[in-house]
Design a protein around this ligand. Structure first.
Ligand code: PLP
Length: 286
């Protein structure tokens, strides 16, 4: 296994950072997770655009151009054997001389860390045998800028842990009675043939997978609305899906203690999963 730290490739045990790094002291950093299939980065530009936006929102200098990021990601994928891997990359504000909430001035060099992780075979790859996931609803206890892909993930971690402790795989979050997103995913519902997902705002991360699902629905004539979803609409949905780069589109078949639909992945999910997989195979030469 090879990881990347500040310009060099090395074994994970050799990748060491200062405890003065603001990523360590303040969770002052931004990250991305980019899937690669067959060694080909999937939706790379979209991930890079989001990275640039997140960094700009918190005023961390982007240390690399898009071409440089691509080169480093591809080199890391090759060093780890290619195939189906996700690239995790993180940029922190760097190590200041003293601990101070305010940014170091002048700015210090950002810390860049990257690693790969294997991607499990997603449910959408075999829609006929997919069994679906369980989710629970929880109060969205996070901050007011969830659109920034920040490494400050303690609330997300606490929420996901509560889901896991309850025997579920994801927490679907509610703010003031409306669905925001999952602890690490976006949420879609389907009711009477129409698909819906919350609009992009400061309350959710603009998921790359979310955007692709919206695109695929438009392309293939599936009715989709970007609108607010109430807790009641979530509970009464025919289908619930959660989306993320590494899990793609996962059907939820149980919410809290209630069965969703007939307890099986629904027909709209199957249709969408088919389009998603076709799209991925075409782009990645699978
Ligand atoms: N929402 C949150 C809070 C996330 O952490 C993630 C990704 O892990 C997503 C949504 C899905 O985003 P993407 O599809 O870009 O992976």
């Amino acid at each position: 296994t090879q990881v990347y730290l500040n310009g060099a490739f090395m074994a994970p045990a050799d990748a060491t950072i200062s405890p003065m790094d603001r990523g360590f002291l303040f969770a002052d950093g931004i990250y991305e997770v980019i899937p690669a299939y067959n060694g080909v980065l999937f939706r790379f530009e979209e991930h890079l655009i989001r990275l640039e936006r997140s960094l700009a929102e918190v005023d961390i200098r982007n240390p690399h151009s898009r071409a440089q990021w691509r080169e480093r990601c591809e080199q890391l994928l090759r060093a780890n054997g290619g195939g189906n891997l996700s690239v995790y990359l993180q940029v922190t504000r760097g190590a200041a001389e003293k601990r101070d909430h305010a940014f170091p001035s002048p700015a210090v060099t950002p810390t860049v860390f990257m690693m790969t992780n294997p991607i499990a075979i997603p449910a959408a790859d075999s829609p006929e045998t997919a069994v679906g996931a369980r989710a629970i609803t929880l109060d969205d206890i996070r901050w007011a800028r969830c659109d920034i892909k920040s490494v400050s993930l303690l609330p997300n971690s606490l929420l996901r842990q509560q889901a896991v402790a309850a025997g579920a795989s994801e927490a679907i979050l509610l703010r003031d009675g409306f669905v925001t997103e999952g602890s690490a995913s976006n949420v879609f519902i389907a009711k009477a043939g129409t698909i819906a997902t919350p609009p992009k705002s400061h309350a959710i991360l603009g998921g790359i997978t979310r955007d692709l699902v919206v695109e695929l629905c438009h392309q293939h004539g599936l009715a989709l609305e970007e609108r607010e979803i109430t807790e009641m609409q979530l509970r009464q949905a025919d289908e619930i899906w959660i989306t993320s780069s590494t899990k793609e589109v996962v059907p939820v078949i149980q919410l809290n203690n209630a069965i969703i639909g007939n307890g099986m992945p629904g027909p709209l999910w199957k249709a969408l999963a088919h389009h998603y997989v076709q799209h991925k195979r075409r782009l990645c030469g699978l």
